[in-house]
Design a protein around this ligand. Structure first.
Ligand code: XIL
Length: 357
């Protein structure tokens, strides 16, 4: 008991500053290891994040990439049929440009956060395909090469590897995935932005299993049809104590890389199933899980292009809103202090043993 209080005090005092001893950012450390960036999601604009100067300061200093948590989703970019609103996305892009960050554009076709006109419409494949095509063309052409990549299709599979139900799959069948990638590729060509990477993004594909097999099969199918896919996004929404092992994460990333794909960890966060979130032991286990996850991208080699956390401040994390009673998932606690997890990530990026695990 006494020891754990001392440990907690020591850990707490050494962690007050949001950078490690040399003051290098997570992004700088990642780039030194050949990664494109270390990034974060941010839910900007129209949220507290937009004007929180302490938060924005860390965002600017620590990260080299930002992913819009919501601003580019169908619901916001095309709220009514063929009435596009790119003002939120443009705001986000301007912030990224002014602060020198890459953007992973997220996402074009998903079951969730789709506008009512799509989900309530009485569609056939013949009428829904042009809707999907128009959405992809207008959105991709508007943002052009301001995107480093597009998550073209998001979360298309169940855990057993079968296609999951969505307005797109239920109406068009699996063809919707091939068409989505084809349309994105064509749209990029029209604005001479062929360098923008096309990604498939999903959770539950960070360790071997039927879902990984389904994604590899999808990649084969796309290539058979001469449709471009450049990478796979591994969301990596993990649970403290339930994070896939280093060996499993590396094996999976290597399987994708072997299929001539880039991989990125796109939405990393590691949540607690229940309180307490901030005891020394809880923090140590979380640090260990972050250490393993970030290390996997380094061990997989250059084609794991980078790691993105799904926001970095517990106060702004999506977890408590989506999973009742759960939380504490990010690198900074609810008063914006760097947690052991932050230092574990820095250690992983420096190739050092974990000093806080
Ligand atoms: C989440 C956002 O963070 C929330 O603000 C929103 O209410 C729901 O979506 N997988 C994804 C992300 O691909 O788009 C999700 O983002 C988290 C799970």
């Amino acid at each position: 008991m006494r020891l754990s209080i001392v440990t907690a005090l020591l850990v707490g005092s050494s962690l007050a500053a949001p950078h490690h001893e040399k003051g290098l950012s997570l992004n700088t450390l990642a780039q030194r290891r050949g990664k494109l960036w270390f990034g974060t999601a941010a839910d900007i604009p129209h949220t507290a994040e937009t004007t929180d100067t302490a938060y924005l300061d860390i965002l600017k200093k620590q990260f080299g990439e930002m992913t819009p948590a919501n601003a580019l989703k169908f619901l916001f970019t095309e709220p009514e049929q063929n009435k596009f609103n790119f003002s939120d996305g443009d705001y986000f892009m301007d912030l990224a440009r002014h602060t020198g960050k890459s953007v992973r554009c997220h996402n074009l076709v998903w079951a969730t956060q789709v506008s009512d006109f799509v989900t309530t419409g009485n569609w056939t494949a013949e009428t829904l395909i042009p809707v999907m095509r128009n959405h992809i063309f207008k959105t991709v052409k508007h943002f052009g090469d301001r995107c480093y990549s597009w998550d073209v299709v998001n979360e298309a599979f169940n855990s057993d590897g079968s296609f999951s139900s969505s307005i797109w799959y239920d109406t068009i069948g699996e063809e919707y995935v091939y068409l989505a990638f084809k349309f994105a590729q064509q749209a990029l060509k029209e604005v001479h932005a062929n360098k923008v990477k096309l990604y498939y993004n999903d959770y539950g594909i960070e360790s071997p299993g039927p879902k990984v097999d389904a994604v590899l099969k999808l990649v084969k199918e796309l290539r058979k049809r001469h449709i471009r896919i450049d990478g796979v996004g591994l969301e990596a929404h993990f649970m403290v104590g339930g994070t896939p092992s280093l060996a499993d994460q590396v094996a999976t990333q290597k399987a994708f890389i072997k299929a001539d794909l880039d991989v990125a960890m796109t939405e990393l966060d590691i949540r607690f199933a229940q309180e307490p979130f901030y005891t020394a032991e809880a923090q140590r286990q979380q640090a260990q899980d972050y250490y393993v996850s970030v290390s996997s991208c380094l061990l997989s080699g250059r084609r794991c292009v980078g790691v993105v956390v799904w926001d970095f401040y517990d106060k702004y994390s999506w977890v408590p809103y989506s999973f009742e009673g759960q939380g504490g998932a990010t690198l900074f606690n609810d008063t914006l202090e760097a947690k052991p997890a932050y230092y574990a990530v820095a250690d992983a990026l420096m190739g050092k043993p974990c000093s806080v695990c």
